[in-house]
Design a protein around this ligand. Structure first.
Ligand code: GRF
Length: 195
């Protein structure tokens, strides 16, 4: 089943590009239907525009409350035929309005071995904790931050002299591989949700 993806981003968008590359290379049976961002300056939104992918900026400030903000996102996703939502560096907590429409059809990628180091600066958290390894996780989204059933993980070592930048780069390489793989498992129907 070809996944009809809606991708939510807030920034750089390298995972978005990795997913697009995997589709182009025939490693992922999906189509990116729309990219939505809360950040008008997100580099990833420019990338989407140059690729001719519908790109929508939804500014939280323009709405009275989170429900209205998320309803606008839901409408952008539905009007573009989205059936699965990917959070790829989307720096906001997902609320009920968005989640209820895509329950168990929304995945997030996070740069740690969850349940360790949830939230911001996960790579710094790993270094500060003296971890000897870290990695990345793709999981189904629920209402808690970086929570929900884990669909896939990749591990990387933390090496002497690592900085946030070097560890982040090492993890990012794995993110770009893991994310398309997990999405392809979903597309193939080999990842059944039982919840
Ligand atoms: C990635 O490290 C991802 O795991 C986290 O935010 C970062 C987004 O990077 N959720 P990019 O925008 O995909 O380059």
């Amino acid at each position: 089943m070809t996944l009809q993806l809606g991708v939510l981003i807030s920034g750089r968008g390298s995972n978005l590009v990795a997913v697009s590359d995997a589709i182009d290379a025939g490693r992922l049976d999906a189509k990116i239907r729309v990219v939505v961002t809360n950040n008008p300056d997100a580099p990833g939104i420019v990338w989407a525009q140059t690729r001719g992918i519908p790109a929508v900026v939804v500014r939280p400030n323009g709405f009275e409350n989170r429900a209205q903000y998320e309803q606008s996102i839901v409408e952008s996703l539905l009007s573009n035929g989205v059936d699965w939502v990917l959070l790829a560096g989307y720096m906001k907590l997902v609320g009920k309005t968005l989640l209820s429409r895509f329950k168990n059809k929304m995945v997030n990628i996070h740069p740690s071995l969850l349940p360790l180091y949830k939230g911001l600066e996960a790579q710094k958290q790993a270094l500060d904790a003296g971890a000897t390894e870290s990695g990345c996780t793709v999981h189904l989204v629920n209402l808690k931050m970086d929570d929900g059933p884990i669909l896939g993980q990749r591990r990387v070592p933390v090496v002497p002299g690592d900085t946030v930048a070097t560890l982040s780069d090492r993890i990012l390489v794995q993110e770009h591989q893991l994310l398309p793989e997990v999405l392809q498992s979903i597309a193939l129907g080999s990842m059944k949700n039982t919840f």
